[in-house]
Design a protein around this ligand. Structure first.
Ligand code: SAH
Length: 386
């Protein structure tokens, strides 16, 4: 229940290397035990004290219990695409549920992670948005999703042989920039070199946002070097106010202005996410409007066929409609990709995370698919056809 919140247990992945040494010393060990634990967690991908034979037998279990507590328990695992897409439903220490998805492609493995349990941004087409926010995840709870994927890959549990996580996208549950400090800490742990962190390259990490302008500006000032993705979904404020309600606060022009400043500061191309929703945002005139916003900018558009969710009566645009939209953009020299969404058959595709669990849990569940959060009953707008 939100309101009776306690913080997730402290974990090594919440701490930077000096803080780990202090923590190890406070636990009665030598400071370098903190570094050893980090090597186990980030390099060897283990949190099992029995495997930590370089630690004194007497203190192993205590150090691991204090600094590597089990934060996430796999409640359920599903796979599709011949095992190349794996979704994990995790239960947190306080009974919240979050999901992560591992997607293996030729030459790369992407982990899609959650940054919050639920989401407060209320985008009507998104299954997570339909349910509301439960709580922010801690940095270590975010990192643990990636470590779990890295461990499964390292142990050869994913078809295609042993491998490593090359990319991380914050496109699971939650709005990462609404959980800014924890997400920033998680970014450091993901990208710090092994064994301080997981050693994933900054440019291979993508933070996706609805467009929280002050947070984008803060991110720009800190220049973490990660890729920024903006969930635009409409080029005009009238429609974007409905599809991405936070647009009522920060308009398209402001969001894109902040995105271009990020691109200028980092030299990184901004991804513009655009869910293709039949009859809602897929008209040629909207393609033209989008093209004129993006022409000449350091941007790349991802057109994502809508994944229908039971809570919102809309369909994905037909393929030829998406092709036509893409070619309008190409005609203005805007980079565009039509994204093939993985994981549809296991409800792991965009915006669908958590559905399956809620179906399975019947009456005990949070208000979710098909029904509105009672707090917002009746307020979710139906798709507008223009
Ligand atoms: N809150 C962040 C990140 C999580 S969602 C954000 O909004 O960017 C990741 C992406 O999936 C976003 O672009 C989001 O708009 C998109 N998405 C959510 N539900 C979807 C659906 N049903 N179909 C297609 N894309 C969806």
């Amino acid at each position: 229940m939100p309101g009776t919140r306690t913080r997730p247990p402290r974990h090594l992945a919440d701490l930077d290397p000096p803080a780990r040494r202090v923590a190890a010393a406070e636990l009665g060990g030598e400071p370098f035990r903190g570094d050893q634990l980090a090597r186990h967690y980030f390099a060897r991908l283990t949190d099992d004290p029995d495997e930590m034979t370089d630690l004194p037998a007497a203190s192993r279990a205590g150090l691991a219990a204090a600094l590597l507590p089990r934060l996430l328990t796999a409640e359920r695992e599903q796979s599709c695409d011949r095992g190349m897409t794996r979704k994990t439903l995790w239960r947190t220490f306080d009974g919240a549920y979050v999901e992560s998805v591992l997607m293996r492609y030729p030459g790369r493995v992407t982990m899609c992670v959650s940054s919050q349990a639920g989401c407060g941004m209320a985008c009507p087409f998104c299954a997570t948005g339909q349910a509301g926010l439960t709580r922010n995840l801690s940095a270590a709870e975010i990192v643990a999703q990636v470590v779990a994927g890295a461990r499964a890959l390292a142990r050869g549990e994913v078809p295609g042989g042993p491998g490593r996580v090359s990319n991380v996208v914050f496109m699971g549950m939650g709005e990462p920039l609404a959980n800014y400090p924890q997400v920033m800490t998680a970014l450091r742990r993901l990208t710090d070199p092994v064994p301080d962190g997981l050693g994933i390259s900054q440019r291979s990490v993508t933070v996706s946002t609805v467009g929280l302008v002050p947070a984008i500006r803060r991110l720009t000032a800190q220049r973490p070097g990660v890729t920024l993705a903006v969930s635009l979904h409409a080029p005009d404020d009238g429609l974007r106010d409905e599809l991405v309600p936070v647009n009522k606060r920060w308009k398209v022009a402001e969001v894109l202005g902040a995105a271009w400043d990020y691109a200028a500061a980092t030299g990184r191309r901004v991804s513009v996410e655009y869910a293709m929703i039949a009859g809602v945002n897929d008209q040629p005139w909207r393609a033209e409007a989008l093209a004129s916003l993006l022409a000449g900018r350091l941007a790349h558009v991802n057109l994502i066929p809508l994944n229908p969710t039971p809570g919102w009566p809309a369909r994905p645009s037909p393929r030829r409609r998406i092709e036509a939209f893409a070619s309008v953009l190409r005609d203005s020299n805007v980079n565009v990709t039509i994204r093939d969404t993985r994981g549809r058959t296991i409800d792991a595709a965009c915006g669908q995370l958590r559905l399956e669990h809620d179906r399975a849990n019947g009456a005990k569940r949070m208000p979710q698919d098909g029904e509105r959060n009672p707090l917002r009953a009746g307020q979710a707008p139906a798709p507008t056809v223009r």
